[in-house]
Every structure is written in C-alpha cells, then in structure tokens.
Design a protein around this ligand. Structure first.
Ligand SMILES: CC(C)(COP(=O)(O)OP(=O)(O)OC[C@H]1O[C@@H](n2cnc3c(N)ncnc32)[C@H](O)[C@@H]1OP(=O)(O)O)[C@@H](O)C(=O)NCCC(=O)NCCS
Length: 252
C-alpha cells in the first residue's frame, strides 16, 4: 500500500485551461461561480502531476480527473479508469490531493480557527467532545479542526461525504499538542460497521491536512511526498502550465 500526497497554492495556477482534457473542459463550462471554478481547477492542477508521475505519462490532456456520480474524483487516462484511488480537498487558496495504491483514501484540508461549543456539540460524538474539552486552550482550535477534517476524510473514503451523520465516524487524534512538523497518526472508527481506519495529520501554517485510508492496520506506511525525487522518478514535466509552479509541500 502506498499513499502519496501533494499540496499546492492557488498562486501556481496558470491562467489558461489548455492543460485540461475535453471532458474536464465540459465540466468546467458548467460551473457558474468563480470561487467554485477556481477551486475545481486547482484540484485538477494538484492531482494531475501526481497521476502523471505514477503513470509515466507527460501529456496532461490525456489525464482527466472527473467527479463520479457520487462526487468522488476518479482519474482517467485516454478514457480508461486509472486503478489508483484519489482524493482532493481545497480550502482558502490551497488544494491537496492524495493518490493511493492498495487502499481507498480520503483527504481534507481545514483552517485552524475558533469553532463554537455548539459546533462541537452538534457534530462530534460524546468521546470527541470530552477529548476536545480536555485539550489545553492553545490547542483546542487545532483539535477541533483535526477532528472535523478527519471525519470528512473518512466520509470521503466511504464516498458519501456529509450525506452521512458525522457522528457515525469517531476520531481519535494522536499528538494533538505536537510542536514538530511532519505526519502524526489518527484513527477513525465507523459505526455501526465497526471498522477502524488508519489516518494521518499534519499542520501547514494555519491549515491542517488529514488523510484516511481504509486499512485497519496501525503499521500502514506513512504517506510519502507525491513530488518527483527519491520516491518518484524525475520526469520531463510539460508546462502548458505557463507559470512556474510553487508547491508549498516539503518532502516527508
Ligand atoms: C465530500 C464533501 C464532504 C467535501 O466537502 P468540503 O469539505 O466542503 O470540500 P473539500 O474541498 O474538502 O472536498 C471537495 C472535493 O471532495 C471530493 N468529493 C466530493 N464528493 C465526494 C464523495 N462523495 N466522496 C469522496 N470525495 C468526494 C471532490 O473531489 C471535491 O472536489 P471537486 O468537486 O473539486 O473535485 C462534500 O462535498 C459532501 O458532503 N458531498 C456529498 C454531498 C453532496 O453532494 N452535497 C451536494 C451539495 S448539497
């Protein structure tokens, strides 16, 4: 099982759309609102390189990331579904994607910001509320953001999103008060199924990123950077992109 991740800032987005495939262009044409268009484009722009590097295909137009009926993104190359699973999240000018082999996967970005007790009461389980209440003041906002984000990631694994009650996922976050950067672990238990999914979190500035896979083993390998380098071969990289990309992620 391998999970690769990427994080990208909107400042890396080119103006034109010639890097989108024909089906993607059609989807984009149907999106009315500028904010939605911008985040949808950014999601494609963060995901395509990851698929490109894994598949060994440099032509971005041949790789298309299309939302299925349920909304979950799926990668296609020349009209054939790519076997890897992908997930996308966007938030305040950032987009993340994960691409996984051997596991279903979900990822989610959330801002670390004050959220009310009412929010926690409405959407968290009793055990999650207690965990948040016992977190030292300075880390409470992070704990709430992480719990919410991990729920969304798990619900993306299940491909249901917020159609399902967020309290049917109970999240346990490790190292909530961690000061060191990098990945930390979490678990998401799904009720009534009783499965416990393994997950990870990290903080980038004022934003947290969570990743959840459907593997139940605690020894699942930590996500690795989806950038070319030691983990992926350096490929010649097409730049219909026009601009120099400015990824904000650092290798694990
Ligand atoms: C999945 C969901 C929780 C994500 O919401 P969010 O946190 O606001 O947004 P994020 O940026 O983190 O994630 C959005 C991405 O999630 C992915 N996604 C959407 N539905 C998904 C699903 N059912 N399963 C897995 N991933 C999904 C998409 O890739 C989407 O980005 P894209 O449309 O640009 O490709 C939310 O869209 C949802 O609950 N969807 C299902 C219910 C629904 O369709 N509601 C329609 C509006 S009422």
């Amino acid at each position: 099982m391998t999970i690769r991740w990427r994080l990208l800032s909107a400042s890396a987005l080119p103006e034109g759309d010639d890097w989108l495939g024909p089906d993607e262009q059609k989807v984009l044409a149907g999106l009315q609102f500028p904010k939605r268009r911008a985040e949808w484009r950014l999601g494609r722009f963060v995901a395509k390189p990851a698929v490109s590097w894994i598949a060994g295909i440099d032509d971005f137009n041949r790789i298309q990331i299309i939302g299925a009926e349920d909304g979950a993104p799926e990668a296609w190359i020349d009209g054939r579904r790519v076997s890897s699973e992908i997930s996308i999240s966007h938030r305040e000018g950032l987009a993340a994607c994960v691409i996984a082999q051997g596991t279903r996967v979900g990822c989610d970005l959330e801002a670390v910001e004050p959220r009310s007790s009412r929010f926690v009461k409405d959407f968290f389980t009793e055990q999650e509320r207690r965990a948040v209440d016992t977190t030292a003041g300075a880390h409470r906002d992070r704990h709430v953001a992480l719990t919410w984000s991990a729920k969304e990631s798990a619900l993306k694994v299940l491909r249901v999103g917020l159609r399902r009650d967020t309290r049917s996922v109970e999240v346990e976050i490790d190292d909530v008060e961690a000061v060191q950067t990098g990945w930390h672990t979490l678990r998401a238990t799904i009720s009534p199924e009783g499965q416990t999914f393994q997950g990870w979190w990290r903080q980038e500035g004022e934003t947290v990123l969570t990743i959840v896979g459907d593997q139940e083993t605690r020894s699942s390998p930590t996500p690795i950077s989806g950038e070319p380098g030691p983990s992926l071969p350096q490929r010649s990289w097409p730049t219909p992109l026009g601009t120099k990309s400015r990824e904000t992620c650092s290798p694990t």
